[in-house]
Design a protein around this ligand. Sequence first.
Ligand code: UDP
Length: 245
Amino acid sequence: MKKVDILGVEFDFTTQQEILNILQDKIERNKKAFVVTANPEIVMYANKDPQYMHTLQFANHIIADGVGVILGSKIVRQPLPERIAGFDLMIELLSIANQKGLRVFFLGASEQTLEKMIPKIKRDYPKLVIAGYHHGFFKGHEHKVKQMVKEAKADLVFVALGYPKQEEWIQKNIDSFEKGIFMGIGGSFDILAGTVKRAPGFWRNLNLEWLYRLIQQPTRWKRMLALPTFVKKMFQYRRKSSDNM
Ligand code: UDP
């Protein structure tokens, strides 16, 4: 698949439908995949932390989650086809899992979030098989959790530990598992559980989901400072590559 390099992170040149087809095909063939949904914050973090950048290099698919990444791809004149929100990708995969009776494991978020989310999953996706679930605060029990995931033999494993933990967990453990699509999904379980609200369509259509999240969780403002730096770096990157031509 064609990739687009955004400050050293290699994004898939894909639409949501294309990546869904690819992942479905991998599930049917019992193949493994490590999927990252990355926004500018993640790209900036990888640029500061070589270990995390190294982890991302093991991913099979890095998906452009965030208008900032699309903007970045335009700045380097290799526009990516569309933004694919990690949350939307998860919802689509849950529907496919429901249609096909796939096995799904949910790893991450708090116990309270899971208590609210699991009944909703059972109600909304009755034919999906819940292969297992575990909250995301398991320091000291890493081995037990790995064994649980291993024995669950899930087709889809959603890992909601936030970055960089979720990607590090996937990279560290994926070799122990026989099959499965492993996808880092950030705070999506909280949205599914209803404890955090997703931006309504109006905000999303205006590409203002980030602003809506900021208003809901004002403590995130510091993290968002990564965005202007990201845009600045993209322009520097473009200047450097055109100087080299
Ligand atoms: N979380 C977890 N274990 C941890 C730290 C965080 O399970 O050790 C969960 C947390 O409860 C939340 C999610 O990971 O559900 C992080 O959400 P956030 O929106 O901060 O992640 P991002 O989208 O920025 O990666």
